[in-house]
Ligand binder design. Structure first.
Ligand code: PLP
Ligand code: COI
Length: 357
């Protein structure tokens, strides 16, 4: 893939950038440039380019606006103490995007082109990668959408893939503290044969009303159960879950209808290295309630790229409240082990880090 570059003549000035990087929040500010490549069946992927960041002009009949044929990814670039910039397992995001594109009938972007596109944007906007203090990073948002002007319901014959980037601080206001969860019994996220394992906008659109339900009950996040039996824990709106047992073993819901988190897979390996066996299996909501009550479950945590790893506190539902588990010790140890690798403070024994510049 050949990438052309047109640099912006209207860069955010250094003073304004410093103020943004001081307190970036999440998803509010965007870098000076963006990456775009387009696809048609005849041409394949073509016209890869870095251009100044700016609005798109879309025909009102653009397919994605009507049928949501869209997928995305979330990953981060981290600045190490020596100034170098690295991403975390970007080839895993590339592979997941291929799996999402298969489910959404979108064309596959080759893994090396995906990684190249993200690298190229970070290289040109490297001054936007915050320093590592306070666990800041540059959040990268690759996405692909149906850009054909056509109202028929069939896979789009024109597709656009883009990468944008946004400096990120803590995903949750107030930093790392246990998040309270609302158990929705009204809504489910994904059914067998549905799109639960794909990272596609529709899954997030469908989670919003459940998240509103959670907020009405003063909870930070919503937890979804399986659609078939309404018994098994699936995941949160944007995070995977883990249940730490008294003997040290950890259970995480099996894949199928959940998003296969890259942090999830990494936590399984890191926990193993710390001597904790992780089992992937169905985990019932009653097991959660009874386990916390009996002391069999000593910690619960959730993880994702944006949120990193966060302890889970109270579970509330129409059935009542299950208190926060006793401890957050292992959660915080695994969290530290992960961020130490990401920020280059610990040996990258799994070979997860990818140097960009
Ligand atoms: N589950 C959902 C629904 C998500 O949106 C995310 C975030 O990307 C995750 C889990 C965690 O995935 P990852 O660790 O790859 O960010
Ligand atoms: C991520 O963690 O990267 C996500 O995509 C979760 C959310 C911001 C949608």
């Amino acid at each position: 893939m050949e990438i052309s570059t047109t640099l912006s003549t209207d860069l955010v000035d250094d003073q304004k950038l410093a103020a943004i990087l001081e307190n970036p929040g999440f998803g509010q500010h965007f870098t000076d440039h963006m990456f775009t490549v387009e696809w048609t069946p005849e041409r394949g992927w073509y016209d890869a380019r870095i251009t100044p960041y700016g609005p798109l002009s879309l025909d009102p009949a653009t397919a994605v606006l009507h049928y949501a044929q869209e997928i995305f990814e979330g990953m981060k670039a981290y600045r190490h103490d020596d100034g170098s910039v690295w991403s975390f397992r970007p080839e895993e995001n590339a592979r997941r995007m291929v799996r999402s594109s298969q489910r959404l009938a979108l064309p596959e972007l080759p893994e090396e082109d995906f990684v190249r596109a993200a690298d190229a944007l970070v290289e040109v906007d490297r001054r936007w990668v915050p320093d590592s203090a306070g666990e800041k990073s540059l959040y990268l948002r690759p996405f692909m959408f149906a850009s054909e002007k056509f109202l028929g319901v069939r896979p789009s014959q024109h597709v656009t893939f883009m990468v944008i980037a946004s400096p990120a601080g803590s995903y949750f206001k107030g930093g790392v503290k246990p998040v309270s969860l609302w158990l929705t019994e009204e809504y489910t996220r994904a059914a067998r044969g549905g799109m639960g394992a794909a990272k596609t906008g529709g899954n997030y659109a469908s989670s919003l009303v459940a998240q509103q339900e959670a907020s009405r009950h003063d909870c930070d996040q919503v937890v979804f159960l399986d659609a078939q039996e309404q018994r098994y824990v699936e995941e949160l709106g944007g995070m995977n879950m883990y249940f730490v047992h008294a003997d040290g073993h950890i259970v995480t819901p099996e894949t199928g209808t959940i998003l296969e988190g890259i942090t999830r897979a990494s936590v399984i390996e890191l926990a193993g290295k710390l001597g904790h066996q992780v089992t992937e299996r169905r985990f019932g909501i009653e097991e959660w309630r009874e386990g916390v009550a009996s002391g069999e479950i000593v910690e619960i945590f959730a993880c994702g790229t944006a949120a990193v790893i966060t302890p889970v506190g109270e579970l509330r539902s129409a059935q009542g409240t299950t208190p926060a588990p006793a401890s957050t010790d292992l959660t915080m140890r695994i969290r530290q082990a992960l961020v130490d690798v990401q920020y280059g403070r610990a040996e990258d024994s799994f070979g997860w880090m990818h140097r960009i510049c």
